[in-house]
Write a protein that binds this ligand. Structure first.
Ligand code: SF4
Length: 330
């Protein structure tokens, strides 16, 4: 059984509507389903506004989805209330892009970590102090750093503190929302390596959100590509980055040094902005920006289907063989 199972998740936000006009909604997340195993890293990529952060907020229960189900260890999170939900919250944590914004500047590292331990564990004072020293070592800091405050650390060190806080309650699943995009390239590699080491030691699963496909290819076992609130393509990381099937995935891969772009001379340049989720385009949502668009693309919404007989590689495109895998192999 998968650790996390997401079924037909939707999140619509009410939008200002014209007087006497129909009610309008922003379809930030529109029917997304996927699974995540223990010890697995699932990368999530897409441009800003594609629904990545909305998905993250639903997964850690910061918001209530409009419809759809989220199961953790087979338990429907939407059915939990009060104490049950609080107990379950320890199982899923979040690492933020800007650890400085998520750390209270007036709280020492010790207090920030102890707060999480008090909330989610029954450890006594001495056990909490021991656990904090252990956590700091686990993320490459020293126990004596516990007495310092967030402003006394570099960006990379602050991200390590954010990771320590997420790990404090021994979660099964962590949403890492752009955890390295605010850091220097050399520090990015250190944090990515740290996350990989932590996963080996603890078996925690990650949903790793980023706009940089090169980083995502490196860290992920599988990747999901989102466009305008929907999954455009999903598959094993190496397969998807070597034989991208969806034109949008290929455009994203074209713009960064990845397995695919290093082999190809072809470049797909994305033109225009992501359309408004208030009024998504008819048919395929990517059609106004797709260089391979045909008439059917404007009429019919493509569903996710298997590519090249691989049940794990799925793509929502009417012409994936011509526009993706076949072209990638030629
Ligand atoms: Fe492009 Fe058509 Fe595929 Fe959409 S369905 S990505 S418009 S080829």
């Amino acid at each position: 059984m998968s650790l996390l199972r997401v079924e037909h998740l939707k999140k619509y936000y009410p939008a200002p509507s014209p007087l006497f006009g129909p009610k309008r909604v922003v379809r930030a997340l529109d029917d997304v389903s996927f699974e995540l195993d223990a010890g697995e890293t699932l990368g999530l990529v897409g441009e800003s506004g594609c629904g990545k952060s909305t998905l993250a907020r639903q997964l850690i229960r910061l918001e209530e989805p409009t419809s759809g189900k989220i199961y953790l260890d087979g338990i429907d999170l939407g059915s939990l209330r009060g104490r049950e939900l609080r107990r379950m919250r320890g199982s899923f944590q979040m690492i933020f892009q800007d650890p400085y914004a998520s750390l209270n500047p007036r709280m020492s590292v010790f207090s920030a970590l102890e707060e999480a331990l008090k909330l989610h564990t029954k450890l006594n004072e001495q056990e909490r102090a021991d656990r904090i020293a252990e956590l700091l070592k686990q993320v490459g800091l020293k126990p004596e750093h516990a007495r310092r405050y967030p402003h006394q650390f570099s960006g990379g060190q602050r991200q390590r503190i954010g990771i320590a806080r997420a790990l404090a309650v021994q979660p099964r699943f962590i949403v890492a929302d752009e955890p390295v995009s605010a850091l220097d390239v050399s520090v990015q590699a250190q944090i990515v390596n740290l996350l990989q080491d932590i996963q080996k030691d603890t078996g925690v699963a990650f949903l790793f959100i980023a706009h940089d496909l090169a980083v995502v290819e490196h860290i992920s076992h599988r990747i999901m590509v989102m466009y305008l609130g929907r999954l455009a393509e999903t598959g094993p990381a190496h397969e998807l980055c070597t034989y991208p099937a969806h034109p949008y995935t290929r455009a994203l891969l074209s713009s960064v040094p990845t397995t695919w772009s290093e082999k190809k001379t072809e470049r797909i340049i994305l033109t225009g902005d992501v359309p408004s989720p208030l009024k998504p385009p008819s048919g395929c949502r990517f059609h106004p920006r797709c260089p391979y668009c045909r008439e059917i693309c404007r009429q019919e919404d493509p569903v996710l289907r298997s590519i090249g007989g691989d049940p794990k590689h799925l793509c929502a495109c009417h012409f994936p063989a011509e526009t993706g895998r076949k072209a990638g192999k030629d």
